[in-house]
Design a protein around this ligand. Structure first.
Ligand code: MOS
Length: 749
């Protein structure tokens, strides 16, 4: 029976609950100094004068770096710069995120409020923080664009990326709309949101001669390595990045931000290892955010609910320093069959920190608009929301005109509806009260692409009979250690307890960014292939060895089971793996693998799908909204670990509750600074906000996607949830809220 699929406990669980898993800020280096960032207090302009005397004179202060005295870098913005932005035109941005333009004390320009403008290094963190407060800057401020309504008057098209055009269409939307029996034309908005992983961004930098080591909290060790190397004009192999554990990233640690290079600058300046940890407030600006969006959805359908037209126009905010596009239209492009479709992405530029990927970038905010609009259409048509979606089920990818590698969405609707009890819903808004409490049931479709990228791994059998498998990947709390150990154990024919998987070091074989829900689908095949190759080597070594009971057998005649090599025809003929290694000279036997994607994406469209059902309770007097239960049903290919899969999907749903009901970065738009930049004022769901969350993973086999049959589960969980809540709120109260988050004031009015 395979170990993959079982709900194995996390192999790193003990380390985590005992506090012995070493996170980036916890590495202890001798003679370490501490850096604290000073941030700009204006959104736009130039630094006119700098006064560091007070800071400099404090005890223990080792350096105060500003644009006036910081060492000059090979790349002033840390990235390959293009006109007006960073290296954004690489293929498949989502899988290989480019470094955004960084601010590295190389110029006097201020691009946003909160930008790093100085760096104080001291012998203790407290002294550095104290000194940082005493750095004085005088600015020559310039008028900043901090008004989204005005910024919208100068919309720009995002730079086109391969496979992701800014505008798409098929058929004639105008004509189809004219002929449609029913139309909706609606505007939805989503606010700026900030990532709040429990572990803040943190970097420890250490120079040894011209070699740099970074202990960095990142979803992309290779990306940090490349950015640091570029910045200092070094070869990538002069930089080592170490990151065995990440306390949540959600996209904010997928690209490399300024503080990483700044830590290295500081360490160079003071000739000591330097630790730089962002505080919570500093995570609202310099390390990305989900941009705000305004989405117009126009749907036209015939009387039976068959969609004739989908039009989805998205405007998302971006930054002067560099561009980021929130690709909200990606869901509308693929989710439903419609005779015509037109989508567009536009950017409105603000003088704020550069936005970035946040869990299901595009799909999370895009599905809020699309799936709310579907619900509004269902009410116009007097049609059940699930039936409307089934009437428009896309049997193939309508954008690429390709078959799906697998799609179990019908089964997700069925299984989710059944578990939820959807058939007992009375459709009329306000018709399902419980005493004074308004009860609402809503649903939405969930979807996220199944991404994959090339990855490498190495597997070794040690003389003690244990196996070590390595790949330079990451575990963001997602379960990478556990799932890769399972994959390796199965492929090697060894018990889980004798296999160790290691990750998070650029000296290991390269793996891609752990973003886009692609780690299992990318690294899994590399681990599988390396382990297989090792197993084959062990078999070849044994069968060639005259001292082995298996001598003379062919490769196909031997199985690997529980740490033994066993003759298939005669299980009594067997050889223990560790003995094979010892007899061969006692050196570890090693095998490498490099797993690349084939041409399957040319032949199939690959996405995960799901359906989410929620119940809301609204107090009609004060408008508070509670979600006592959620049912999510997902088709995610082969489930790699029943426990971690469920946790990932549940975590996504919990974030969906936050997105639907709580999350919003409140900006003071006079100054372009977040005013709720802390976990007390920026609301995310806590346990008391979450009711029962019931996860169904439907049986799904996908033979096209990769040899493991696995789609990612990191991001699909959040998609659809905010729409399902909005739809349930409408069902409960008759109030249609098109602006997230759905706070009590909006429901009460
Ligand atoms: Mo995810 S937003 O691709 O880390």
């Amino acid at each position: 029976m395979s170990i993959v699929g079982q709900g194995i406990d996390r192999v790193d669980a003990r380390l985590k609950v005992t506090g012995t898993a070493t996170y980036s800020a916890e590495h202890k280096l001798p003679n370490m100094a501490y850096a604290v960032i000073v941030q700009s207090t204006i959104p736009k302009g130039r630094i006119a004068a700098v006064d560091t005397a007070a800071a400099q004179s404090l005890p223990g202060v080792l350096a105060v770096l500003t644009h006036q005295n910081a060492p000059r870098l090979a790349k002033p913005h840390g990235s390959e710069t293009r006109q007006g932005g960073g290296e954004q035109s690489k293929p498949d941005q989502k899988q290989s995120p480019p470094t955004p333009r960084l601010t590295l004390l190389q110029e006097d320009r201020v691009y946003y409020n909160g930008q790093p403008v100085a760096l104080v290094v001291a012998d203790t963190f407290e002294r550095a923080r104290d000194a940082a407060r005493r750095v004085r800057m005088r600015y020559a401020a310039e008028p900043a664009q901090l008004d989204f309504a005005k910024a919208k008057q100068q919309l720009r098209r995002p730079e086109p990326q391969p496979g992701r055009p800014s505008d798409t269409g098929r058929g004639n939307v105008e004509r189809s709309l004219q002929r449609a029996a029913t139309r909706v034309d609606l505007l939805y908005t989503t606010p700026m949101e900030n990532h709040n992983p429990i572990e803040p961004h943190a970097t420890i930098a250490q120079w040894e001669g011209d070699r740099l080591t970074l202990y960095d909290a990142t979803q992309n060790i290779s990306g940090a390595q490349r950015t640091a190397a570029l910045s200092f004009g070094m070869q990538p192999d002069q930089v080592r990045v170490v990151c065995p554990f990440v306390g949540g990233g959600f996209g904010s640690k997928g690209t490399t931000w300024s503080h990483v290079v700044l830590a290295a600058i500081a360490a160079k300046a003071v000739q000591r290892p330097v630790k730089l940890v962002l505080d919570r407030t500093q995570m609202y600006g310099p390390v990305g955010a989900r941009p705000l969006t305004e989405q117009r959805l126009v749907l036209g359908a015939n009387a039976q609910g068959k969609l004739a037209a989908i039009r989805h126009d998205t405007i998302s905010s971006t930054a002067t320093l560099d561009d980021f596009t929130e690709p909200c239209t990606s869901v509308s492009r693929i989710l439903y069959a419609s005779e015509s479709l037109q989508t567009s992405q536009r950017l409105a530029t603000l003088d704020v920190g550069v936005p970035t990927y946040m869990r299901a970038p595009g799909e999370a905010s895009g599905s809020f608009a699309l799936e709310s609009a579907l619900d509004e259409l269902a009410y116009r048509l007097n049609m059940d929301p699930v039936a409307l979606r089934l009437a428009n089920y896309a049997e193939k990818d309508p954008e690429k005109d390709l078959p799906w590698s697998s799609k179990s969405l019908r089964e997700c609707y069925r299984a989710g509806a059944e578990r939820f009890g959807w058939s007992r819903r009375s459709p009329k808004p306000g018709s399902m009260r419980n005493g004074r409490t308004l009860v609402g049931w809503g649903m939405a479709t969930a979807t996220y692409p199944a991404n994959r990228k090339g990855a490498k791994a190495v597997a070794a059998l040690l003389p003690d009979g244990t196996a070590v498998v390595r790949s330079g990947s990451h575990d963001l709390g997602t379960g990478t250690y556990t799932v890769m150990t399972q994959i390796a154990a199965d492929a090697l024919g060894m018990p889980l307890s004798r296999v160790r998987f290691q990750l998070g070091d650029t000296t290991m074989p390269e793996a891609p960014v752990s973003g886009g829900s692609q780690t299992v689908a990318s690294v899994g095949p590399a681990v599988h292939q390396a382990a297989r190759a090792l197993r084959d080597k062990l078999i070849a070594t044994a069968t060639a060895d005259t001292a082995s009971p298996l001598h003379g057998l062919g490769a196909g005649d031997v199985d690997a089971v529980d740490g033994w090599l066993v003759a298939r025809a005669d299980p009594a003929r067997r050889d223990q793996m560790r003995t094979v290694v010892t007899r061969a000279g006692g050196q570890a036997i090693v095998a490498n693998a490099s797993a690349e994607q084939g041409d399957e994406k040319k032949r199939y469209s690959m996405h995960a799908f799901g359906a989410v059902f929620v119940e809301v309770h609204i107090d009609p007097d004060v408008g508070t909204i509670h979600v006592p239960r959620v049912v999510g049903a997902y088709g995610i290919g082969r489930m790699m670990n029943a426990k971690t899969t469920r946790s990932q999907l549940m975590g996504g749903i919990v974030w969906g509750l936050g997105m639907g009901l709580m999350e919003k970065t409140e900006m003071d738009w006079r100054f372009g600074r977040a005013v709720n930049a802390n976990l007390a004022d920026y609301h995310v769901p806590v346990n008391a906000d979450c009711g029962a969350i019931d996860i169904i993973v439907v049986d799904e086999e996908d033979r096209q996607i990769n040899e493991l049959g696995a789609k990612g589960v990191g991001e699909i969980g959040i998609t659809g949830v905010a729409a399902a809540i909005a739809n349930a709120v409408y069902h409960a109260s008759g109030k249609r809220i098109r602006d997230l988050p759905i706070t009590p004031d909006k429901v009460m009015v």
